[in-house]
Design a protein around this ligand. Sequence first.
Ligand code: SF4
Ligand code: SF4
Length: 368
Amino acid sequence: MEAKYDFTRKFRDQVLRCSSCGFCRARCPVFGLTKRPALNARGKMMLLKEVMDEAIDLDDELIDTLFQCTTCASCSEQCPSGVNVPEIIKQVRKDMVHIGSCHPAFVGMNKILQRHTNIYAEDEPEDFERQRNRKAEYVYFIGCVGSYREDVPTMATLDLLDRLEVDYTLIDEVCCSGVLEDIGYAINEELAHKNVERILATGAKTVITGCPYCSRTFNDRPQYDRLRDEGVNVIHISQFLKDFDLNVKTDKRVTYHDPCDLGRHCGIYEEPREIVRKIAPNYVEMRQNRADALCCGAGGGVRGAYAKNSIAMARLRLKEVEEVGADILLTDCNSCVHNLSNAKLRAQKFKIYTITQFINQLMGQERG
Ligand code: SF4
Ligand code: SF4
């Protein structure tokens, strides 16, 4: 009999492989916050087994269970049976969109990207006082959050690239649109095409991204194959900066939050730490770090659809920063900075920066 949903065709074996052991509970940010068994990977897989048995249908009743997942991949990291939960969830969301059962926030985001060039439906990005679309060795690709919500860290990053005398250009960038695949839709081909054309026009052979998600999208998605075909390498700013001699130090106690998109999804754990250790001898790890790091709660569209829970998840991460007594929390993703900064603990003493923002600040203090 023809399977009713694509997720059954593609992931039946994986869903059945789930032994209900519950190891995935350990670091699921949604379960950690809500304590609701239906919301962690185990609960979601149990539900999907029922759908596959046709005991229940995918419908609006399941939206809050299946759309409340940051696709952080912490569950798959813990899973002894190798169940790739984020990929299953992304396919289930596509199936739900297909039958018209989608979280309204995600319907809205897809509509926005049909009419606008960014997820916030803004008309003009911050100017950033830099040249665009010129011939250069590197393209610096900012991403939507860095362009429209976290312009202060972005400006600092550009200042840092100038201090390091990097030959880069900005482009008239548009949303990479990778996020659409997380929330049940397809990448917007028109937007992807614009980015590819504008990058290639600069002649740059390396794109440096400020956003780990953009980096993932450029490197993994077929809509960006032409970049690879034309010999353009895409790296995250932490990969670019790790070999620089930065010559600045802080005596403050510093810790680092692994963004899910950079860490678990791209395997980049050590490059940011190499940079942070160079500038902060008084570096301390949080209890949950690297592949075990707790998600900040922003990903998978959760910040847009479940804002209150997203902020509450970020607070759980901030409590770990307090636990280690850090003065400074650094991370390498504007989206994480945005969510963690908005969460703010009561009487919070530490400050939050991107790594590049902090280095630029130290250089500014030293050189006046
Ligand atoms: S991907 Fe993250 S949020 Fe989603 S079920 Fe797994 S651990 Fe929970
Ligand atoms: S860890 Fe894997 S096998 Fe165990 S309950 Fe979670 S998804 Fe299922």
